[in-house]
Design a protein around this ligand. Structure first.
Ligand code: ADP
Length: 948
């Protein structure tokens, strides 16, 4: 049967109105006892207990009243739907067909006034904002208390009745709560009209309501609200926050013991003791105070831990972790899922969880699940110690006291374990140790090297010093010895003296060789190339060995080409090559043998080939390459022949310096042939000489009839220059013409041609007139000095003099020559007086300039034409120009062209193309290139800078 209404008879008895009669039910606050029927067959719709304890009962049969003594009497027979008592103590009756009546009971009679008849089937009446409001057959209505004029807001202007804006809804119940807010229950959810905010809230299952079909609503003593629906009851808390109202909802359904049917419309009741009664279409529910707040106490448990979605990796069974409270994971197992259950068997669909992984989550993470069980996912958790806590709730508001926890330890990867760190420290230590040891060793080695090097240097210096020490006395032995030999007429004595001389010479040669080796070995040896027109020097050298060979009974053949040639060689080194090869040949050839020296120049290829062959003991094939190594001596030597193993090494090195090669052809017992081929086409530096080059490159000619003094000068100056010695003026002139030295030192008093005469002749000889001359004399008179200068000498020294003074003089004069050449090249205007010191040279230079200027426009003006214009042979012109200007004829012509060009650039505005043409350059690009080489600027830059 449907339960429609309730009223409290006394504190232990309830009167219940049903669709089939009025009942009385006793209860003890927690439990209901069997109902007792008060009046059967009566369809009760509504009940009201007034202040006198009288219970008014509205039925479809009319209005009844029941006295506190339980005497029930009928008031009238008009069917009644609802009863309402306002603040004015009057009882308002909503009838089924006759509108709303006001019933005023007096002592004896009941006065009935008709309020309105215009509303039919009145279901509920209440007061809102001083007016009646209610529900009727035509939906909600409003009734003015004074005029009794009813109004039906549905379908009316929404602005006036915004609380009824859902015009299509079927309204089932209303409530004006203690805040004067209006609750409206409909078939499609609950709405709340906030009177103060003038704002309508809607609450649906989406917001957590148990069901959307609202049946009844009532406000509890704690101002929470109970809402019955067609399926369950929701308990609502209305909370005011800044933005308005929020609602917390707790639901009850059949799992909590509610009736399995829909509740009846407007059938709720709260007793004075706070017990809630709700009537349904089939039975009723009582929710005692204790039960109302009795939350479902959940005891959540952890079900499983899955790593990357799999649980078996861990070896933990599905329910494994419920039996353990600590789990250890590897560093790479940090993607895991913990699943859990609230063990909510009563209402699993209403299970709320919150969990927290301490160290990762700052706050609880909440989750509601519709499936009962929940999951927490964690990804990329770094190694460390963590505690997972879980709580469950059946309403999302009241959380279980019991918490399930799990301790998780994620181990660091092996390379971050303490063991690994220890290993790193040890390894680091080891590396540092090894490095320290290594560097210590390296330093020691370096020190050792430095020490060894220092010892080597000391040794080498010692050898050099000893060699120099030996050389001076040796020259002092040889010089007077030679003078002695010349003077002696006794043949026997002379022969012995010659032998002494030869051996002394040999010794000097060894010493010289040692010094040469030292220089070569230290890499300080450089080529001092000189121009040669023939191979006379080689022939002369070979000639010196003829006597010695003949003495040994060896036939000696010299085959040196007599052709005129033009080559550049370092004479000293070429001579040492030949001398070494020859002395070896003589050493390893016995009497009856033959030695041949050949020298020839390939003019086309510019190659000088020298060959020394003997018919001596020969060298074993597998030693033939080794003999060129330092200190190597072949095994072919019988007995102890003198030797150092340096000779061939030097031959090879000298050949290499000349960009040459050395070949050996040897057959043991038959003889040996050494062939040295040198590249001789490379010209000596054409431009003025740098100081460094000049020191080593320059050749001095010394002329003195005193052999001792001459040799002394040679040994002293020979350390710095190439030296040619002559014993008289005539020889000096010839040698000067032949070698064209850079400077001449001549004694004044000499046989055949005096120094002054020699100097005069030199100044008159075109090819050598530029050579500076230093005259040496014993006479101090001014007359003698004057004679000297008159003869054209550049300097005059009186014997005895300090050798250093002579050297200074030499250097000064050479420097002057160099600076003149430099000045010539760089100057834009040629000053012949600055370049040439004597009249002959000046006239030569002037002539040369005239010829070149004359042919300035002719790009084809050749050296041949230039030489013939100058009445000089090519070599002569070459030497002369080199001597005066440091330039070869070709370079000289080009330089004069450029000087003219520079002049034109500065003084005219002629175009560069025209100037190039004017000065005999075939193309502007070539002109620009040549110009840049001399002036380090392009013609246009030159003009721009100078003009500005
Ligand atoms: P050494 O000062 O010993 O002669 P070299 O470097 O000049 O040193 O020669 C190296 C070695 O080559 C010599 O020891 C010798 O055995 C061998 N050798 C050089 N020239 C000849 C030659 N013409 N005939 C035979 N053996 C030679």
């Amino acid at each position: 049967m449907q339960v429609n209404c309730f009223e409290e008879y006394d504190s232990h008895t309830l009167v219940v109105g049903t669709s089939q009669g009025l009942y009385q039910i006793a209860h003890n606050g927690h439990k209901l006892f069997k109902p007792v029927i008060l009046k059967a067959g009566m369809e009760c719709n509504s009940m009201y207990k007034d202040r006198k304890g009288m219970i008014w009962i509205g039925t479809s049969d009319g209005l009844y009243r029941m006295t506190p003594e339980a005497v029930i009497t009928k008031v009238f027979s008009e069917p009644v739907n609802c009863l309402y008592s306002g603040d004015d103590q009057a009882l308002y009756v909503g009838t089924a067909t006759q509108g709303i009546w006001q019933v005023t009971p007096t002592e004896a009679v009941v006065v009935i006034t008709e309020l309105t008849k215009e509303i039919s089937n009145v279901k509920q009446i209440l007061t809102y904002n001083g007016q009646f409001m209610g529900l009727s057959q035509s939906g909600p209505f409003l009734l003015d208390k004074d005029t009794s004029h009813p109004e039906f807001p549905l379908g009316k202007a929404v602005q006036r009745f915004p609380m009824f804006q859902y015009v299509n809804h079927k309204y089932t119940c209303l409530l004006n709560d203690s805040d004067n807010d209006l609750w409206l229950g409909t078939y499609d959810g609950l709405t709340l009209w906030s009177t103060q905010e003038q704002k309508l809230y809607t609450i649906h299952t989406d917001q957590g309501l148990v069901n959307n079909s609202i049946k009844a609503i009532i406000e509890d003593q704690d101002h929470s609200f109970w809402v019955t629906t067609s399926m369950g009851i929701s308990h609502l808390y209305k909370k005011a926050v800044d933005s308005g109202y929020v609602f917390e909802i707790q639901n009850f359904n059949t799992y909590n013991g509610l009736i399995d049917h829909a509740f009846a419309e407007r059938a709720v009741f709260l007793t004075s003791a706070g017990v809630l009664y709700a009537g349904g279409i089939e039975g009723m529910n009582m929710l005692p105070t204790s039960k109302k707040n009795d939350q479902l106490n959940l005891h959540p448990i952890l079900l499983s831990l899955k790593i990357f979605g799999k649980s078996k990796d861990l070896g933990i069974q599905e329910l494994g972790i419920t039996y353990t409270n600590s789990v250890e994971l590897r560093y790479n197992q940090n993607f895991f899922t913990i699943s859990f259950s609230g063990l909510n068997y009563i209402n699993p669909l209403q299970t709320y969880y919150r969990f927290k992984l301490e160290g990762i989550d700052e706050d609880w993470r909440e989750k509601k699940t519709m499936l009962g069980n929940g999951e927490a996912n964690y990804t990329g958790i770094p190694p460390g110690d963590y505690n997972f806590h879980l709580q469950a709730s059946a309403d999302g508001m009241n959380w279980s006291d019991t918490t399930d926890s799990l301790h998780l330890y994620i181990a660091p990867p092996f390379w971050k374990t303490p063991w690994a760190y220890t290993a790193y420290v040890l390894l680091g230590g080891l590396v540092i140790m090894v490095t320290v040891v290594y560097f210590n060793k390296k330093m020691a080695l370096r020190r050792q090297h430095a020490q060894n090097h220092a010892i080597e240097v000391a040794k080498s210096e010692f050898i050099t010093n000893i060699s120099h020490e030996l050389r001076t006395p040796l020259t002092l032995v040889i010089t007077p010895l030679r003078a002695l030999i010349l003077k002696i007429n006794d043949l026997v004595l002379k022969k012995e003296l010659l032998q002494i001389n030869n051996n002394a010479q040999l010794l000097l040669d060894v010493v010289n060789q040692l010094l040469a080796f030292k220089k070569l070995d230290s890499g300080k040896e450089t080529l001092q190339l000189q121009f040669y027109e023939n191979l006379l020097c080689i022939e002369e050298l070979a000639e010196q060995y003829r006597d010695f060979a003949l003495q040994k009974g060896i036939s000696f053949k010299i085959d040196v080409s007599q052709e005129a040639i033009a080559i550049f060689i370092d004479r000293q080194k070429v001579c040492r090559i030949v001398a070494n090869l020859l002395s070896n040949a003589l050493k390893y050839t016995s009497s009856g043998g033959q030695i041949t020296v050949k020298a020839i120049v390939d003019k086309g290829q510019k190659l000088l080939t020298m060959e020394v062959s003997d018919t001596g003991i020969g060298i074993d094939a597998n030693e033939q390459q080794k003999i060129f190594d330092r200190f190597y001596q072949a095994k072919n030597q019988k007995g102890s022949l003198p030797g150092s193993g340096l000779g061939l090494f030097m031959v090879k090195e000298y050949a290499l310096l000349h960009h040459g090669t050395i070949h050996i052809k040897s057959v043991v017992g038959k003889g040996t042939t050494f062939t040295v081929t040198l590249s001789v086409g490379q010209e000596a530096p054409k431009h003025y000489l740098s100081e460094k080059e000049a020191v080593a490159n320059e050749t001095l000619l010394i002329a003195d009839d005193n052999a001792g003094f001459r040799d002394y000068l040679k040994s002293e100056l020979g350390m710095h220059y190439n030296v040619i010695v002559c014993c008289n003026g005539q020889e000096a002139l010839e040698q000067t013409l032949l070698h064209s030295p850079d400077l001449v030192i001549s004694d004044v008093m000499m046989p055949e041609l005096t120094g002054a005469e020699f100097c005069k002749s030199l100044r008159n000889e075109v090819s050598i007139s530029h050579i500076p001359v230093i005259l040496l004399t014993g006479r101090t008179s001014d007359q003698a000095r004057l004679e000297g200068y008159e003869s054209g000498a550049d300097a005059y020294l009186v014997k005895p003099f300090d050798i250093q003074v002579l050297r200074m003089r030499i250097e000064k004069l050479l420097e002057l020559t160099r600076s003149r050449r430099k000045a010539f090249v760089e100057a834009t205007i040629v000053e012949t007086d600055r370049v040439a010191t004597n009249s002959l040279d000046k006239s030569i230079l002037n002539r040369a300039l005239v010829h070149v200027y004359h042919n300035l426009k002719n790009p084809d003006y050749s050296v041949e034409k230039f030489s013939s214009d100058m009445f000089m042979d090519r070599t002569g012109l070459y030497r002369k120009l080199i001597a005066l200007t440091g330039l070869s004829p070709t370079a000289f012509i080009r330089n004069i062209r450029l000087k003219k060009a520079a002049e034109l650039l500065l003084q005219t505005s002629t175009s560069i193309t025209a100037i190039a043409e004017e000065t005999g350059f075939n193309s502007v690009s070539y002109f620009t290139k040549c110009f840049h080489e001399v002036y380090s600027k392009t013609p246009s830059q030159f003009r721009a800078e100078r003009v500005s």
